[in-house]
Design a protein around this ligand. Structure first.
Ligand code: UDP
Length: 259
C-alpha cells in the first residue's frame, strides 16, 4: 500500500459517502469562515460505525448527502482511506474538535446552544465549556428526549436564543435526520451533529487515556465501558466495515485490470 506517494485530496469517497478530507485546523478555519460570512452550514462526522449504518439505512445515507460538510472521524476511516488509495488527512472527530472550537468561539464571543443527551447532561457540558472558555456565551441547552409534540416549542426556543452554533448530540442517524429537518428553523449559522459528546464533557462518561486515542483504539476503551450495548457496534461492526471496504478495494482492482 504505497499511499504515501498518493496526493491527499480535498474530498474523498468511502462507500458512497462524500467526505471533506480536511486537517483539524482547516475544519476550524472553515467553521470560522462560515460564522464570519454568516453562511449557514450543516456538519456531520462519519466514522466506521456511521458507514455501516448508512449501508443499511438509505435515508441516513441520503441525509449525509445533504450535509454541507462531512468530516472524517476515526482510525477505521484512516485504514479505509489507505485501502482505497484515498489517503485521509486527519482524524477530525467532534470530541477533539469541540474544545478547540470552543476556544475559537470564546475568543469571538459567540453564542452556542447545546441540544441532546439525558436531562442535565447538556447543562453540565455547557458548564465545562463556559469554565474553560469564559468568552463563550451559552445561549441555551435542551435535553434530547422531548418528543415530537414538543418539537415546535423547542425549535422556537432555540431560534429565540440567536445561537451562532448549535450542537446536536442525539447519536447517528437521529441527529443528522433531525438537523436535516429542523436546523433551518433554529437559524444557527453552524449546526453540527456530535453524537455522545456531551456525555464526555459533562464528565458522565470518561474518555480513553491520551495514549489510546493516539493509537486509534479509543473504541476498545468504550467497548470495555459498555460491552452489553457496544459489542455489536464495535466487534461485529468493525468486521463488517472492513469487509465492505475490502470488497470495494477488490472492485477497484478488478476495474483497474479490465481497463
Ligand atoms: N440521545 C438523545 N436523544 C435520543 C437518543 C439519544 O439525546 O433520543 C443522546 C444520548 O443521551 C447520548 C447520545 O445521544 O448522549 C448518543 O450517544 P451515542 O454514544 O449513541 O452516540 P455516538 O457518539 O456513538 O453517535
Amino acid at each position: 500500500m504505497e499511499t504515501n506517494t498518493l496526493p491527499i485530496l480535498a474530498a474523498i469517497n468511502i462507500r458512497g459517502i462524500r467526505l471533506n478530507n480536511l486537517a483539524m485546523e482547516d475544519a476550524l478555519n472553515a467553521i470560522d469562515g462560515a460564522l464570519v460570512s454568516k453562511t449557514p452550514v450543516q456538519i456531520a462526522f462519519v466514522n466506521a460505525d456511521c458507514v455501516n449504518l448508512a449501508a443499511r439505512d438509505p435515508a441516513y445515507q441520503a441525509t449525509l448527502e445533504t450535509m454541507d460538510w462531512v468530516f472524517v472521524d476515526g482510525i477505521g476511516m484512516k485504514i479505509a482511506g489507505k485501502l482505497l488509495h484515498q489517503p485521509v488527512r486527519a482524524n477530525v472527530n467532534g470530541t477533539d474538535l469541540f474544545p478547540r472550537l470552543c476556544a475559537e468561539l470564546g475568543q469571538n464571543g459567540r453564542r452556542i446552544f447545546l441540544l441532546g443527551g439525558q436531562p442535565g447532561i447538556a447543562d453540565a457540558a455547557a458548564e465545562w465549556a463556559k469554565n474553560h472558555h469564559p468568552g463563550l456565551i451559552i445561549a441555551g441547552t435542551q435535553n434530547g428526549y422531548f418528543g415530537e409534540a414538543k418539537t415546535p416549542a423547542v425549535l422556537e426556543r432555540i431560534r429565540a436564543t440567536r445561537a451562532d452554533v448549535l450542537f446536536v448530540a442525539m447519536g447517528a442517524p437521529r441527529q443528522e435526520n433531525w438537523i436535516r429537518k429542523h436546523a433551518a428553523a433554529c437559524a444557527a449559522t453552524v449546526t453540527l451533529g456530535v453524537g455522545g459528546l456531551f456525555d464526555y464533557y459533562s464528565g458522565t462518561i470518561p474518555r480513553a487515556p491520551q495514549w489510546m486515542r493516539y493509537m486509534g483504539v479509543e473504541w476498545v476503551f468504550r467497548l470495555l465501558q459498555e460491552p452489553g450495548r457496544l459489542w455489536k457496534r464495535y466487534l461485529l461492526g468493525n468486521w463488517m466495515f472492513m469487509a465492505r471496504v475490502t470488497t470495494d478495494r477488490l472492485r477497484q482492482q478488478l476495474s483497474g485490470k479490465s481497463k
